[in-house]
Ligand binder design. Sequence first.
Ligand SMILES: [Zn+2]
Length: 178
Amino acid sequence: MDGMALGKDYATQECSIASALEVIGERWTLLVIRDAFYGVRRYNDFLVHLGIPRAVLSARLRALTEQGILDKRRYQESPPRDEYVLTDRGIALWPTMRALGVWGREQLTQVQLRVFRHAGCGAELGAYNECPACGTIVAVPDVEVVPGPGLNRDPADPVSRALLKPKRLLQPLVTDPV
Ligand SMILES: [Zn+2]
């Protein structure tokens, strides 16, 4: 058999879902993006929250930067340290992330781990990021994430602990020193 037929991409698919999966379909990629929405920016914070091998995290961050989903920014010169921030192209994935979360909860877990609210009024968002109280689709920076009834209130890692407090999406996550 021709090796091309066993390729790991979807080059033969004329489909925009296939095109999207070329960029976000690898294991861990969507969870890196999820954490970026929660305000995780630094390598070690992704590492402790995701619990993934360093090589995998490095590869995912590199690919997402190359695809224009994350912007790599130097925040310290010696030693050199970079942080990763969602671009507009990355932020445009929010409805997809929300839809996957709602589907996972309704069809698989039946557990609400996090609640997404309209920061302006405190109402819980609907499945399409609409605020039932204000009658608007809520922009990503105005979405507040708070712990849901199913969330572990005594997590081990500093990122999970920081996420026990209500916070707006995209705002840099501040972790307590260990
Ligand atoms: Zn509202």
